[in-house]
Design a protein around this ligand. Structure first.
Ligand code: DOR
Ligand code: ZN
Ligand code: ZN
Length: 353
């Protein structure tokens, strides 16, 4: 399925299980259409969108409405449902995955999360955790201990309830180790490549979980190189530039357009193999979302093998700021095909046929 020419590489379609396409009341940050354009520009053919929209997607009715809107996009759309107050909403919506936030834990308590996990074990939904224990947040700070404490708590609940658990955007090497045997994990481009030392763009570097110390980042990268990480996902989280440059910037980084080139730069550097790129950002996430990413079914992306500097202004989505500004990446995405329909980048994402 992998083909080389002198200058191009054909890969299966990339699949990103963690993006925020916003829309609705947050359309000034990003829209479904803008998010899809960012995905296509990054070689991504299928996405798992997050429910922390406004309003938050916590009912079967909102879940259904949003899935209907997503189904009209040029990328394959899946949606993680938010934690409902009334768990009967899960029986009505039958989502394949549910997303739990620290805010859900703070609002409903761990008892509700446990009940949710038990319900999901019965219904067959996977539970995706943004795992940080909010009781350990201290005046705006979110220390590494919050992630480690949450992981230990969720491990016990997973054993008790039998729920299928996925830990998303894990930021610490210890979390990868602790997840072995009972949860799958994904890591983001920013937690692999950016840290508190090398990211110096103020609000543009602010994200949850926080960027960590260089040593922690390098050890996380070592876990990836050792084959201990299941998936790679962006957590593409658009905010308006004015918000990110304000005195109280919201957390979130945009990277859909460059996530594949950033991962390929690790291949170029010899940190991972090309098979790892495909496993981490296509095969495993496609299996997790239950979507097709197979080139023989018309899902593929073509990259031109060249080094380039990341430029936010060249992004295709609404969000065009990035802490990766100036970063050296490898492999420009020149075309992306979804179910045999080819989109290519020529100034903007455009439909060919
Ligand atoms: O940095 C983040 N941004 N982390 C989250 O958990 C939420 C996300 C967002 O929606 O902006
Ligand atoms: Zn999160
Ligand atoms: Zn997120």
């Amino acid at each position: 399925t992998l083909q080389f020419s002198n200058r191009h590489l054909v890969l299966p379609g990339m699949v990103d299980i963690h993006v925020h396409f916003r829309g609705w009341e947050l359309s000034y940050k990003e829209t479904l259409e803008g998010g899809a354009a960012a995905a296509l520009a990054g070689g991504v053919v299928a996405v798992g969108d997050m429910p922390n929209t406004r309003p938050h997607i916590r009912t079967a009715e909102l879940y259904r409405r949003r899935m209907e809107e997503g189904s009209r996009l040029p990328v394959v759309y899946r949606l993680h449902m938010g934690v409902p107050r009334d768990l009967a909403e899960l029986d009505a919506a039958r989502p394949p995955t549910v997303k739990v936030y620290p805010e859900d834990v703070a609002e409903f308590g761990w008892g509700h999360v446990e009940a949710l996990m038990r319900r999901c074990a019965g219904l067959g939904c996977a539970v995706v955790f943004h795992c940080e224990d909010p009781s350990l947040f201290r005046d705006g700070e979110r220390p590494p201990e919050a992630e480690l404490a949450c992981v230990e708590k969720v491990r016990r609940l997973a054993v008790d309830t039998g729920a299928r658990v996925h830990l998303t955007h894990v930021s610490l090497p210890q979390t990868v180790d602790a997840a072995r045997g009972w949860a799958t994990v994904d890591v983001t481009p920013h937690h692999l490549l950016l840290d508190r030392e090398n990211c110096r763009l103020g609000g543009l570097c602010l994200v949850n979980p926080r960027l960590r110390e260089p040593r922690q980042r390098r050890e996380l990268l070592a876990r990836l190189a050792a084959g201990l990480v299941d998936m790679y996902a962006t957590d593409h989280a658009p905010h308006a530039l004015e918000e990110k440059l304000s005195a109280a910037p919201p957390p979130g980084i945009c990277s859909l357009e460059v996530a594949l080139p950033l991962l390929l730069s690790l291949w170029r550097r010899g940190v991972i193999a090309l098979e790892d790129v495909v496993r981490l950002y296509s095969y495993r996430p496609a299996r997790f979302l239950g979507v097709n990413a197979d080139p023989t079914a018309g899902y593929f992306t073509v990259v031109r093998l060249e080094e380039f500097a990341v430029r936010g202004e060249e992004f295709a989505g609404t969000c065009r700021h990035t802490p990766f500004e100036g970063f050296k990446a490898f492999g420009r995405v020149v075309a992306t095909a979804v179910g045999g329909r080819v989109y290519f980048r020529d100034g903007e994402v455009e439909e060919l046929c």
